[in-house]
Ligand binder design. Structure first.
Ligand code: SF4
Length: 271
């Protein structure tokens, strides 16, 4: 939105600033009254495009126009650069200097992902948290340890799978990722999957599940069945961090992982 003197958002910001400032209740906007400001804001809201159909969750891989900013070195990373990355190392190098969305300006470091380049299973979470942002590794801390234990229940060592997130940079204060951020980052996940060619994806948590499956459904409604994303089978389950808060979800999570095990064993996933 432009920053003209008639920009209602800019005017509203000024109003708030003044309200919070030393002038108390005084409202001093040139040529504006409270009523005219409210009228402008209502008109702005009515003219705004429809809200995203996914309640703030952009689907990974959906064609969304993204304004791509240049990196700190002045080099813009385009979709074609990402699609042309020949291996995971080359892709990780792009991510490390990516500024395709504003999260690059607040992250400590990007969290690309880690694991076996030929993994049969790719685990996908939402976005890096504080510990991940510090360490540059996905799924660390207590949630990461729980993930390791969950994987072991179906005979998988952490080192044998690949672990990453929908977003490669941490949203400030762990806020929900914005649709534009998901759209900007999704080509990296798609390329990771194309390079790894997993037999199954496990989407951990509601956000990752909704982003991959282009749905607004509750996680509980998505569980217990096989989905598909970009041609790969997808199993959804609770995020380990949510499990730590809700131990009662441990049994359903174990059941979801049994579905993964059956797929890997070539058994009927519904058996
Ligand atoms: S979240 Fe993704 S698109 Fe945004 S800056 Fe980080 S790596 Fe780039």
């Amino acid at each position: 939105m432009n920053e003209s003197t008639n920009d209602p958002v800019r005017l509203a910001r000024r109003l708030l600033t003044q309200t919070l400032g030393a002038e108390g209740d005084a409202l001093v906007l040139e040529r504006e009254t409270r009523q005219s400001l409210l009228t402008s804001l209502r008109a702005s809201r009515d003219a705004a495009p429809a809200a995203p159909s996914h309640h703030g969750v952009a689907a990974v891989g959906r064609p969304v126009a993204v304004a791509v900013a240049p990196t700190a070195t002045g080099v813009t990373i385009e979709d074609a650069d990402i699609a042309g990355a020949g291996d995971l190392s080359a892709l990780a190098e792009l991510v490390s200097r990516c500024s395709r969305c504003e999260l690059h300006s607040t992250r400590k470091q990007a969290v690309f992902g880690e694991g076996a380049a030929n993994a049969r299973v790719v685990c996908v979470g939402e976005a890096p948290g504080a510990r991940e942002d510090e360490t540059g590794r996905p799924f660390v801390g207590r949630a990461g340890q729980l993930l390791d234990r969950l994987l072991r229940t179906i005979g998988l060592a952490r080192e044998s799978v690949y672990i990453c997130n929908v977003l490669k940079s941490r949203p400030p204060n762990n806020r929900d990722p914005l649709p534009g951020e998901v759209a900007a980052c999704s080509p990296y996940l798609l390329r990771q999957l194309a390079l790894i060619q997993p037999e199954v994806i496990i989407a951990f948590g509601a956000f990752a599940s909704r982003a991959l499956l282009e749905t607004t459904s509750a996680l509980g409604r998505m569980r217990g069945q096989l989905h598909e994303y970009a041609g790969y089978p997808v199993v959804v389950t609770y995020h380990p961090a949510a499990l730590l808060r809700n131990p009662g979800w441990t049994r359903p999570t174990w059941e979801d992982l049994q579905l993964v095990r059956r797929l890997l064993d070539g058994d009927d996933p519904n058996g």
